[in-house]
Write a protein that binds this ligand. Structure first.
Ligand SMILES: Cc1cc2nc3c(=O)[nH]c(=O)nc-3n(C[C@H](O)[C@H](O)[C@H](O)COP(=O)(O)O)c2cc1C
Length: 423
């Protein structure tokens, strides 16, 4: 079977950074990707980043003689089986609908005879504008496949249709158009979008979206344990069930936040209205946390392994009757401390401290050492890990607030109320 190829045109919207993730997912499906960027797109994501992901030159300038001599704009479209415009700005779709070709991207789009998929992303008012709706109707009439955008809170603080569909959903659509099998497992555990069709389904308490206390806020939550491989079949783990983090993510969604939940290996149902990303190791969690920035609030509930095996052999370690193999450990990078120093530090950064003794004392030390805003200390000496209840001590620079033992969903909601008062 010959390798399928797409030409990805990235136009200049805030969601342009998601094109990097899309390239990764598409390549994992065994599809080759070549990329073209508009001039505006390069304001949002660098050609260097996109080039690293595609492992190829990124094309942008129609009048770059070297590019035109080596591979002209006609050839760029001819070599692809499908052209994907993602994200598609209101501007590029207007130009496509009108047949304007004033840069490399739009010239390719006018010159091609290949199928075209446009994946729009824009502010809800731009999306709802009669001109945009007219252009989309025209594109569809011209045979362009235009995906419907997702609905939800936007980077601009508004709410409604216009968000870029999640990259796994775009990847699935690309595979369908190419008649190429889509393997969901190759989306690296990133579950397909679980956002409820209408986010209000997840927020029964607040009938008017604008009245929800965290409306327009982005909240990042980590939950569960991490697994650190010893060899291909064995791992180091801890007893975290993920229940407290999931309850917090659910409470945040109910209060109107746009929630990303990065979960270690757990057996829990994704709360409605929450985007869930599954990871296994501390390193994977660190990478996904950084990808999820910027965010207004980050609540780091996961029980991230402090250590991993220093060397992980490719084959299973054999029990051959000789000496017991030593387990050498290496320290994992500290996600909380990394976020505290990050250029895109969340406005409110909250760490969790699972302690078995001297809870408040240890939490106060952790607050200073990690550079976060609050530490939620909980006593894990009983059956808290995996149990139904929890008691919190909220340690801030202003003092300590202690909340009694309560069901995890009740205490999650109380924490989110305190957070919504603070942001
Ligand atoms: C911060 C910022 C974010 C923007 N986000 C979007 C967006 O998400 N969708 C969109 O259609 N336009 C967006 N725009 C406007 C486009 O960048 C602008 O229309 C530009 O001309 C698009 O050029 P292109 O279609 O050639 O890439 C944004 C502009 C700025 C400054």
């Amino acid at each position: 079977m010959t390798e399928k190829r797409i030409l990805l045109i990235v136009s200049g919207g805030i969601a342009a950074y998601k094109s990097l993730e899309l390239v990764r997912l598409i390549k994992r499906q065994g599809i080759a990707v070549r990329a073209v960027m508009t001039k505006s797109a390069a304001e949002f994501v660098t050609p260097l980043s996109l080039g690293v992901m595609t492992e190829d030159q990124v094309y942008g300038d129609m009048f770059d003689l070297k590019e035109e001599r080596e591979i002209g704009h006609i050839q760029l479209s001819r070599q692809a089986d499908l052209i994907v415009v993602c994200p598609a700005t209101a501007n590029i779709m207007a130009k496509m609908a009108a047949g304007i070709s004033d840069d490399l991207a739009t010239t390719i789009l006018l010159a091609t005879d290949k199928p075209v998929l446009a994946v729009p992303a824009m502010n809800v008012r731009m999306w709802n504008h009669p001109a945009t709706q007219r252009n989309i109707a025209q594109l569809r009439a011209d045979g362009v496949t235009v995906m419907d955008p997702d609905e939800g809170s936007m980077a601009c603080g508004e709410f409604g249709p216009g968000r870029l569909p999640e990259p796994p959903d775009v990847a699935a659509r690309i595979c369908a158009m190419l008649d190429h099998p889509f393997d969901a497992a190759l989306t690296s555990g990133r579950a397909p979008s679980t956002k409820a069709a209408t986010p209000l389904v997840a927020q029964p308490d607040f009938s008017d979206p604008a009245h929800r206390p965290l409306f327009g806020k982005r909240v990042l939550v980590t939950a569960g344990p991490t697994y650190e491989a010893i060899d291909p079949v064995r791992y180091i783990a801890n007893r975290s069930s993920g229940r407290q983090g999931f309850a917090i993510a659910q409470a945040a969604a109910e209060m109107g936040a746009d929630v990303t939940l990065i979960a270690g290996p757990v057996h829990l149902v994704t709360p409605p209205g929450v985007i869930r990303i599954d990871v296994e190791s501390a390193a994977e969690m660190m990478a996904e946390v950084q990808k999820a920035l910027p965010t207004d609030v980050a609540i780091m509930v996961a029980a991230v392994a402090d250590w991993r095996a220093a060397n992980v052999p490719e084959q299973k370690i054999k029990k051959d009757g000789a000496a017991i193999p030593p387990l050498m450990l290496a320290e994992n990078a500290d996600i909380l401390a990394t976020l505290a120093k990050h250029a895109q530090r969340p406005k409110l950064l909250i760490g969790f401290a699972a302690e078995t003794e001297k809870m408040v004392e240890h939490a106060q030390a952790k607050l200073t050492k990690k550079g976060c805003d609050w530490i939620v200390a909980n006593d894990v000496s009983g059956d808290v890990m995996g149990g139904a209840n929890n008691a919190f001590h909220i340690v801030t620079k202003d003092g300590v607030e202690s909340w009694p033992d309560s069901p995890k969903d009740v205490i999650a909601r109380k924490l989110m109320e305190k957070i919504s008062d603070a942001v």
